[in-house]
Write a protein that binds this ligand. Sequence first.
Ligand code: GLA
Length: 520
Amino acid sequence: MSSLRRSTSAAAALVIAASGLVLGSSPASALENGLLRTPPMGFNNWNSTQCRAEFNEAMIKGIADIFVSKGLKAAGYTYVNIDDCWALPARNSAGDLVPDPARFPGGIKALADYVHGKGLKFGIYTSAGTKTCNTAGFPGALGHEQQDANLFASWGVDYLKYDNCNNQGVDAQQRYKAMRDALAKSGRPIAYSICEWGQNKPWTWAAPVGNLWRTTGDISDKWSSMIGKAQTNRGLAQYAGPGHWNDPDMLEVGNGGMTAAEYRTHFSLWAMMAAPLLIGSDLRKASDDSFAILKNTDVIALDQDPLGKQATVLSANGGLVVYSKVLANGDRAVALSNETSATATISTSASATGIGGASSYTLKDLWSKAVRSTTGTISASVPSHATVLYRLSSGAARYEAESATVSAGGTIDANHAGFSGTGFANGANAVGSYVEWQVTGPASALTFGYANGTTAARPVDIAVDGTVVATGVPFPPTGAWTTWSTVARPVSLAAGAHTVRVTATTADGPANLDYLDLSR
Ligand code: GLA
């Protein structure tokens, strides 16, 4: 985006603010600097190092290296951000901030260049006060907004976290708008993170000021702190949207103070709440478990969904909390979150999420990856402090087996009640016996309606466009030929025409097949 348009947008926002209108989260009143249309993803050192000496150039370069080598960049992590304690306690004779030469011997510009060289973005920190938060007394930007914004721009900074310490009692809106305008005039697109801890309800005024605003005090690496941030942040869904996000603070995943289930809850809830996903652990020492959480692309996709809706709470009964998030393709993300100290069953329904009315839905568990279909009930036994996270899809397109191609020896029958349509495919009892459907994508899951009145599973290979995508998929006994059930498998089917063939792998042939549903 050109600097001209940025300045114009900032000026327009100022006019709105000056007119005294109550500012909500509608796009017209958002900052609209074109940045952070989805929540920021990246790294910030604070939760791991605070001000300790290990926060230095080697660490930050190492993180940038790992973003590339361990697939985090590919998963969407972009910003490599440094927090407090990067500067010397005094400005130089020109009034400029000076990087601490012990921590950053190459200076900040060289570090930003290194990060950019990896195809990543670089972020920095200062405070909307006379000093930052650390007791060493590093200089803040209050009264130096343009000089500091210009310096950051000259270094190639892409993201500024602007803290609230030592603010001298100056009005928060005035302080944060001053830096917004300084960034706009710097000539460089710089994402703007307001770190005011929710003290002045920034969600009510900051959409035209910053790209995100902290809603809470600082997180720490324990369950009570993390879930407390979620509890505060989750009531603010109406204020979030593309370019302007609620920020319940940075991730603690991997720092060691929570269980794996608690960290999965942390990551699940941050994704549901369209919160920033800023990794706060030292990835140079991270376990495979931490990487598995941080790189769960199904969960990341919820956070980064282009519609930009924060989840709302459907119910919260005694620490059993159901969240629902509307997604751009019409799907819903549903979180069943257990804040209590005992395992509990948590339930909701498709209609409670606003996509009722379909005869069947596909539910994908985004941690276990299991896919199943439901007629609408969504329920799970959830261990203490765990969260079951689903993607719920409706709008399945149904292809009846009676309109499919059945291999030689198979028939279309109607002698076992309970099928949909006018019949079902009764394939020949032989290895290689198949049923093939002509379908139209896109689809994210295949769900087969079937009955198996024997006591043994009837496995099949599933092929899409002639390529086997799943082998030996069991169609377990249903108890009777008149008892119909489903088997579902995730699939990645592009838009357009496809063939789906199921082929028996045992001499029993396939189960009786009623239909194939394609979920969006
Ligand atoms: C404040 C912020 C933290 C961190 C520290 C640094 O506490 O809220 O996120 O930036 O300052 O001193």
